[in-house]
Design a protein around this ligand. Structure first.
Ligand code: ZN
Length: 315
């Protein structure tokens, strides 16, 4: 499994990721969200019970949200003061119960991205009336730290011990490459090492899937590659459909209006922009509900097409 051309592209873009990560630390983070303990946002969709949980929050510097617009324009889109430097972002894993399955979409940071960036998912699962060992499946949108590091605890134990792990084949292949760290800037080594450590601990329970297929009955993976090489979103059947966007659309106030603007953590900004627009087109045409992992809690809304772009309508 080698992807030399893609590697090169990603290596360049990862430099931006690096600068972004440093900025994130320098900017500080918000106090821990109280949402994890206040219980989930629950609703039914088709045959599924859906609970939006909270792992906490992190803070995104405006320079990371997008370098394609002046900070004042971003601040205005976000409804922030003109001199704002950063915007809060939720970390909202979703728990779906279907028949005998309790399915968790992404596992948050595991508290490993700093003391005030997430790490509250297990408490949030409890606040939803379940325990960590009740989770039967964890389905990942991608393997970034704020989506996967809550899977294996620092002592090597499985946080959700009875769960199988479901990850897109392309995403697993990308992060599993033994020489990945050597292909990336040195400052990314620790991040890559922890992700690889977790994936290694997970490996006997990993089930891979391809976009376009159903991961479980009624839950289909949608190819939204670009944010990472194997990034996927999911659609839950029922009604007009419910899309879990993952990080295909991180900040609705910005990227609905400007789908092609590059998000600072996108590995391949151009590909991510195409995936984002395709997802928004599909959601708007089908009047589908959308749930965003980093959107203002609970992150439910719809897209309406307007003037060649989209308007976000909160649900
Ligand atoms: Zn994320």
């Amino acid at each position: 499994m080698t992807m030399p051309a893609q590697r090169t592209t990603i290596r360049l873009d990862r430099r931006k990721f690096l600068a972004a990560a440093s900025a994130l630390v320098a900017a500080g983070v918000l106090p821990k969200s109280a949402l994890a303990l206040s219980g989930p946002h629950s609703f039914t969709h088709g045959t599924f019970n859906v609970m939006v949980l909270s792992d906490g929050t992190l803070e995104l510097p405006l320079s990371i949200i997008s370098a394609d617009a002046p900070p004042e324009e971003l601040a205005a889109l976000l409804g922030l003061a003109a001199d704002a430097q950063a915007a809060p972002a939720e970390i909202s894993p979703v728990l779906v119960t279907a028949g005998s399955d309790a399915i968790l979409f992404d596992t948050g940071t595991g508290g490993m991205m700093g003391p005030n960036a997430g790490g509250q998912l297990v408490e949030s699962v409890k606040a939803a009336g379940l325990t960590a060992d009740a989770i039967t499946k964890v389905i990942f949108t991608h393997a970034h730290p704020d989506h996967l590091w809550g899977t294996i605890a620092a002592d090597g134990t499985h946080v959700f011990p009875n769960a199988s792990y479901h990850l897109a084949e392309a995403e697993l292949n990308f992060w599993s490459a033994p020489d990945l760290a050597t292909q990336m800037p040195a400052d990314m080594t620790d991040m890559i090492n922890n992700t690889q450590k977790q994936l290694t601990a997970m490996k006997d329970k990993i089930v891979t899937f391809k976009p376009g297929s159903e991961v479980v009955p009624g839950i289909a993976a949608i190819d939204t590659a670009g944010h990472t090489p194997g990034h996927v979103s999911f659609e839950l059947a029922g009604g007009d459909g419910l899309i879990l966007t993952g990080d295909a659309i991180t900040v609705p106030a910005v990227f609905f209006a400007h789908p092609e603007w590059k998000f600072g953590f996108d590995a391949d900004g151009e590909m991510a922009g195409k995936s984002r627009r395709a997802l928004l087109d599909m959601a708007a045409a089908g009047k589908k509900q959308m749930l965003g992992y980093h959107w203002a809690f609970p992150g439910l809304g719809r897209a309406e097409a307007k003037d060649g772009a989209f308007v976000y309508v909160a649900s």
